[in-house]
Design a protein around this ligand. Structure first.
Ligand code: 13P
Length: 251
């Protein structure tokens, strides 16, 4: 457990397109009964059809609820999309914006991610803005420039509040996590970019999570880095015991 970090640690469980409502209820029951009064902030990001079951199971507890995406408009003819007001109405206080699977599979641009972040805050949702380089970009030594571009564009509308997740695309679902040193370098670069955009004080308060094959085995080494303020967890968040073990690492 780390005590020096001045920011409250934050862990998101991104269930992606997994679980049915019965399984989600069972998960929440196991999760809540294993909860140990942690000081880390925890949010579950679940598919829209699961929101009612999860909201009911987590009601009035310390665990937050988030959507996995939202449309930049608040209503209208956008078949298959979900709006900020609908997420808020379903009990969400957070939403992911610009996850790499949305960028890859739905062609989401940096600019669209920025519009989504703005829509989130105007509906009282905190956007967890995801950035990260592909393997090819890393090999071409473009990691820092890609992160800077993604971040600058996402923050054009100056959303507030927000949190960031650094998720190197090559580490997602591959079992190949970034090393603590690689992750720290990227997080430090993101914090310096935040300082350029928003000032030193704001940059010092913003939480930057690491995501990409984070698990109970590598969590302690990653969280000991000074600019890593928590995790955005995919696969390991689907097992309540493994997810709790990661939260325990953060305290
Ligand atoms: P994994 O933890 O399964 O690599 O997924 C990371 C992720 O994409 C979280 O948003």
């Amino acid at each position: 457990m780390r005590s020096q970090n001045p920011r409250r640690l934050l862990i998101g469980g991104n269930w992606k397109m997994n679980l049915l409502s019965r399984q989600a209820r069972d998960y929440c029951q196991a999760f809540v009964s294993g909860w140990e009064g942690f000081s880390t902030e925890v949010v579950l990001f679940v598919s829209s059809p699961l929101l009612p079951a999860v909201a009911e199971s987590l009601a009035s507890g310390p665990i937050g609820l988030g959507g996995q995406d939202l449309h930049p408009e608040s209503k209208g003819a956008f078949t298959g999309d979900v709006s900020g007001p609908q997420l808020a109405d379903a009990g969400c206080s957070w939403v992911l914006c610009g996850h790499s699977e949305r960028r890859r599979d739905h062609g989401e641009s940096d600019r669209l991610v920025g519009r989504k972040a703005a829509a989130a805050v105007s509906n009282s949702l905190t956007p967890l803005i995801c950035v990260g380089e592909t393997e090819e970009e890393r090999e071409r030594q473009e990691t820092f420039s890609v992160l800077k571009r993604q971040l600058e564009t996402a923050l054009e509308s100056r959303p507030e509040p927000f949190a960031l997740a650094y998720e190197p695309v090559w580490a997602i679902g591959t079992g190949r996590s970034a090393t603590p040193e690689m992750a720290q370098q990227a997080h430090q670069h993101l914090r310096e970019t935040l300082a350029d955009l928003l000032g030193d004080e704001a940059a010092a308060t913003k939480r930057i999570l690491y995501g990409g094959s984070a698990n109970p085995e590598n969590a302690a080494a990653l969280i000991s880095q000074p600019d890593i303020d928590g995790f955005l967890v995919g696969g390991a968040s689907l097992d309540p015991e493994r997810f709790l073990a990661m939260i325990r690492c953060c305290g």
